[in-house]
Design a protein around this ligand. Structure first.
Ligand code: SF4
Length: 484
């Protein structure tokens, strides 16, 4: 391992966000890989389907058969891009796949992953979940040395860094060097003709788990996809680690001695499926515990507890158990509409909320309701839901949020826009309570996020503004109104 701390793009301190203005929207994606299992591309199809909640705008699979690479990718859902016909030609016992939620680098087919690189020293494919914070600096560094990029995605940078110069060493060394040049959040899968390299950032921001299946291995952003394909969980890829998977099994290589477990708190709060375990904590159990703590911190006098489906139901159960207030199904969701949080414009979000949720009149009519939600980002959804409940006859609506105020943008791959669009950066709790039209409003404390998962470390930057990495120039628009 060389140059880990000496490289100019590396910085390991905890940072408060500086006075910088500009943020692109970022992505939240999922990766899935299969090594040494027959029909690996078919398995990847099922795996990606289980990870569909992490990105619905595009997906792809690359497989290797007798050292030959073949890729299918397209815009849309897994079930739209793949079918029995096109998967027939995808035999082979190695594959990697990706589901994408666009915006870091924009949409378009050229940004749909996995990327496939043909090179005289050997072809390879690459899939990435997360977001790099020094991508502009690296793109300039590489372009100055002659690199030409196929896409506008920051994920492509890693491939160029690996291949930036002629290198006769074993492939693991250029990968180690390249990983030490990138900064930010990542779970990378790199597939060559004979190996898969599963790499996780040294801050531990994004999850990546390994399972065993029929003598081979499966790697996934979430354990729910391991269960779906019948794989048995073995372990997580550790922060700062590369797990090399080949004929000899698993081999662990540390690319960094700096290692932390700043897992994204929003994976527990909102993103991950409740049947996934992240770093040994089940997501449903975490949410339920956060609901219990939320009651201890912010009790409410009410007749029923309801949760906003789906990601808030576990926290609502916890709140109900701790308070003794009955848990009810006060809201139902049309499952065939995409997640409000990741729809691209304000206008669509407004429409999306209406299409997506309905209040159950016979349950909420005449009741004092405690409504549990996982987070408030722009405020639009909460305002609409409170009004739905009142229209359905609720006499009081007390809103309890199972996370702290979301007041700072995320630069690690989550679409959270700019300071201007984050309502908690513009309004205090009392003002926000008025804006959403609730009778009362409280948020979970930051301390409770650690307590709910019995964790010592966690990324809570979107609540606290304390970012675990340096931020470089990836955030120029985050401060449009000059408030911070
Ligand atoms: S800033 Fe927030 S959303 Fe982004 S990685 Fe950290 S906890 Fe997750």
């Amino acid at each position: 391992m060389k140059g880990e701390l000496a490289h100019p793009f590396i910085n390991n301190s905890i940072f408060m966000i500086p006075n910088i203005d500009n943020s692109e929207l970022h992505e939240e994606c999922g990766v899935f890989g299969v090594y040494g299992v027959k029909d690996a591309a078919n398995l990847a199809y099922y795996g990606l389907h289980a990870l569909q909640h992490r990105g619905q705008e595009g997906c792809g699979i690359v497989r290797v058969d007798n050292r030959e690479f073949k890729r299918i990718k397209g815009e849309g859902l897994v079930t739209e891009v793949f079918n029995e016909k096109n998967l027939v030609g995808m035999q082979g016992d190695m594959s990697i796949g990706h589901v994408r939620y666009a915006t870091a680098g924009g949409g378009g087919i050229e940004n749909v992953q996995p990327f496939l690189f043909r090179h005289n020293t050997g072809n390879f494919a690459l899939a990435h979940n997360g977001n790099l914070v020094n991508s502009k600096e690296l793109a300039k560094y590489l372009e100055d040395r002659g690199s030409l990029f196929q896409s506008t995605s920051d994920s492509e940078l890693l491939a160029h860094l690996i291949k930036k110069e002629r290198d006769d060493r074993d492939r693991i060394y250029p990968i180690i060097d390249a990983l030490n040049m990138i900064e930010g959040a990542f779970a990378f899968l790199i597939m060559t003709a004979s190996k898969i390299y599963a790499c996780r950032d040294k801050y531990g921001l994004r999850p990546l788990s390994i399972g065993k299946l029929n003598g081979g291995y499966v790697v996934s952003s979430e354990t729910c996809a391991l269960d779906v394909v019948g794989a048995e969980f073995i372990r997580d890829v550790e922060p700062g680690e590369i797990v090399v998977i080949d004929r000899e099994g698993l081999k662990s290589v540390d690319y960094s001695k700096f290692k932390h477990h700043y897992m994204c708190a929003m994976e527990y709060v909102y993103f991950a499926r409740p049947d996934s375990d992240i770093e040994n904590t089940n997501v449903h159990a975490y949410r339920k515990e956060s609901g219990r703590i939320l009651y201890q911190e912010s009790p409410a006098d009410a007749d029923i507890v309801i949760g906003v489906p789906d990601s808030s139901l576990s926290a609502a159960m916890g709140y109900s158990e701790a308070s003794g207030i009955p848990y009810e199904l006060g809201l139902t969701k049309n499952k065939y509409v995409g997640r409000t949080f990741i729809q691209p414009s304000q206008e669509l979000r407004e429409k999306g909320v209406r299409m997506k949720l309905s209040a159950v009149r016979s349950i909420v009519k005449g009741k004092r309701v405690v409504m549990i939600d996982d987070s408030i980002v722009r405020g639009t959804t909460s305002r609409r839901i409170v009004s739905l409940l009142r229209e359905a006859g609720a006499t009081e609506v007390h809103v309890r949020i199972a996370s702290p105020p979301f007041a700072h943008p995320c630069f690690y791959g989550v679409d959270t826009a700019t300071y201007e669009e984050l309502i908690s950066s513009q309004q205090n709790v009392e003002q926000l309570c008025n804006t959403i039209g609730a009778d009362s409003l409280s948020f979970l404390s930051e301390e409770a996020l650690y307590k709910a998962g019995k964790r010592k470390e966690l990324c809570t930057a979107c609540f606290s503004g304390k970012y675990p990495t340096a931020l470089y120039s990836s955030l120029h628009d985050a401060n449009k109104d000059g408030k911070f």
